[in-house]
Design a binder for this molecule. Structure first.
Ligand code: ZN
Length: 345
C-alpha cells in the first residue's frame, strides 16, 4: 500500500487542487486571530476548525477536595463552577496526562494544585473570584495553572458569594485534557470560518423583502475576492478553496498557538492512521497495532499475539464467530430456533 510522500508540504496538498495551501494573517491580538487559508478544500478547513475546537490539550480543574463549605451553594455546584474557570495552559505540552502518569491519582508531573480559602468577616456579602485561587506546590513553570484574568478589575470570573460568617476552604487539582472529553478543556471561546463572501456558489439562500444587496450587508472579506461576473453562466460544480478563519481564545492559549497546535495535532492523528493502516500490510505481522480479529491471512496467525479466551481469530481464520465453526453461526445453531431455519417445535 502506498500512502505517498511523507513531506509535510505534499501531505496536506489535496488531490483536487494542484497548489500548496497558504495562510495569510490579517489580524492578531491577545484574544483574537484572523487568517485566510487559501488553496485547500472545505474538508481540510473544517478538520482544522474541529481540531482547534476540541483536540488541543489545555489544563482545567478536575478534582476538588472541599474542607469547609458553609456557603449556600452545594459542593458539587461549586466544583462544577471551578472546573469551568480558564487556567493558563502555557507549557501544557510538557505536563503528563494523568492517565499516562505513573502516580496513583495525581502528582506534580501530571497536575497543578490550587487552593482557595475565604471567609466573610465583614458585614457585607463577599465575592469569591478566580483571583482567590492560589497555585500551590511545584509547577512546570510560573504560569501554568494560574487563573486567566482579563477583566479591568483583575478579579476573574465570580465563583460564589459568602454572607457574613460563611467560609469556603478547598483544594483543586487541575489536570491536562482535551475538549472532546469535556468542554472545560476548550482552548477557544469561538472558532469559525466563512467562505465565498459574494455567495458565488449559491450555498446560501438569502431571504429578502425587497433588495437582497441592501438587506444583506457584504462581509468584511467581500473586498478580498472579485465579485461574480454576471455575464458568465453559474458554475454548479465549483468548490470553495479560500476560507477566512476567526479564532477567539478564552485565555488558556494564545490564538496563534491554537492554530499552530491544531496543525500538529492533525499531523499526529494522520500519522497514527497511516501507521495503523501500514501495520496491517502483509498479514501476520505483529509489529503494529492490530485488532485480534483482523485476520491478516498471513498463515502464521496470532498464536503469539492477542487472542480472546474463546480463541477468536486464532490461526488467522478471519471471519469466524467466537462460537466456533465457519461464518454466521449463532450460539444456537444456524438460527436461534434450530438448524436450517426450520422451526423445531
Ligand atoms: Zn502523576
Amino acid at each position: 500500500m502506498d500512502y505517498g510522500t511523507t513531506n509535510p508540504d505534499e501531505v496536506i496538498k489535496h488531490a483536487r487542487i494542484d497548489k500548496t495551501p497558504t495562510v495569510k494573517i490579517s489580524h492578531s491580538d491577545a484574544l483574537r486571530c484572523k487568517f485566510e487559508l487559501k488553496d485547500t478544500t472545505m474538508d481540510f478547513a473544517n478538520t482544522l476548525r474541529r481540531v482547534m475546537l476540541a483536540e488541543i490539550p489545555t489544563i482545567a480543574i478536575d478534582l476538588v477536595q472541599i474542607e469547609e463549605n458553609s456557603s449556600v451553594l452545594a459542593d458539587e455546584f461549586i466544583a462544577h463552577r471551578l472546573g469551568l474557570i480558564p487556567l493558563n495552559a502555557e507549557g501544557v505540552k510538557k505536563l503528563k496526562s494523568s492517565r499516562d502518569c505513573d502516580c496513583d491519582e495525581y502528582c506534580d508531573q501530571c497536575s497543578v494544585t490550587l487552593t482557595l480559602h475565604a471567609k466573610c468577616t465583614g458585614e457585607e456579602n463577599m465575592q469569591v473570584v478566580a483571583r482567590d485561587l492560589v497555585p500551590a506546590g511545584d509547577r512546570l513553570n510560573d504560569h501554568i495553572g494560574t487563573p486567566v484574568i482579563t477583566d479591568a478589575d483583575g478579579q476573574g470570573p465570580l465563583i460564589l458569594k459568602l454572607r457574613p460568617g460563611q467560609e469556603i476552604k478547598l483544594t483543586c487539582i487541575a489536570k491536562k485534557g482535551i475538549a472532546k472529553e469535556h468542554a472545560k478543556w476548550a482552548p477557544s471561546a469561538a472558532i469559525g470560518y466563512e467562505y465565498d463572501p459574494h455567495n458565488k456558489f449559491h450555498h446560501l439562500d438569502m431571504w429578502y423583502e425587497e433588495d437582497p444587496k441592501k438587506e444583506w450587508p457584504p462581509s468584511d472579506y467581500a473586498t478580498w475576492e472579485d465579485p461574480p461576473d454576471e455575464t458568465q453562466p453559474f458554475q454548479f460544480d465549483a468548490e470553495p478553496t479560500t476560507f477566512y478563519f476567526n479564532v477567539e481564545t478564552a485565555g488558556p492559549l494564545a490564538p496563534e498557538t491554537i492554530a499552530t497546535e491544531a496543525m500538529e495535532v492533525m499531523m499526529m492523528k494522520l500519522a497514527g492512521l497511516v501507521n495503523e493502516l501500514t501495520a496491517g500490510e502483509g498479514g501476520g505481522g505483529a509489529n503494529g497495532l492490530q485488532s485480534p480479529g483482523f485476520g491478516g491471512g498471513g498463515g502464521d496467525g496470532w498464536q503469539d499475539g492477542y487472542t480472546t479466551p474463546s480463541g477468536f481469530g486464532a490461526g488467522g481464520g478471519g471471519n469466524q464467530s467466537s462460537w466456533g465453526g465457519g461464518g454466521g453461526v449463532t450460539p444456537y445453531g444456524t438460527t436461534p430456533y434450530g438448524a436450517s431455519g426450520v422451526p423445531s417445535w
